[in-house]
Design a protein. Structure first.
Length: 91
C-alpha cells in the first residue's frame, strides 16, 4: 500500500500572504437532509457540533464542520481520525 504524503511536502512561501503546507488533514464530505432529525443527531453525536448555518462553520478544539451546500457538509479532522469518523457517521 502506498504511503500517504502531503501534496506540498512541507513547502511554505512568505510574502504579503504567508502560505504553508498544513500536512496531512482528514476531510470528509457528508451529504444528507439537514432537516432530518436522525441526520442532525448523527452529526451532533459524532462531531459534538450542530450543523452550521448557510455559508458558516462550526469549530471545536480539534475539528471544523463547514457548510458547503444545502445538502453537503465538510468535516475537517485529524488525518488519522478520518476513518473512525466515517465509520461512526455510517452507523
Amino acid at each position: 500500500m502506498s504511503e500517504s504524503v502531503s501534496a506540498l511536502a512541507g513547502v511554505s512561501a512568505l510574502g504579503f500572504v504567508d502560505v504553508a503546507d498544513a500536512g496531512l488533514v482528514g476531510m470528509i464530505t457528508i451529504r444528507g437532509d439537514f432537516e432530518e432529525v436522525g441526520f442532525q443527531g448523527a452529526i451532533t453525536s459524532v462531531t459534538g457540533m450542530a450543523i452550521p448555518g448557510k455559508r458558516e462553520m462550526e469549530t471545536s478544539a480539534v475539528e471544523k464542520l463547514l457548510w458547503m451546500s444545502p445538502d453537503e457538509l465538510l468535516l475537517i479532522c485529524a488525518y488519522d481520525e478520518a476513518s473512525a469518523r466515517v465509520a461512526a457517521l455510517s452507523k
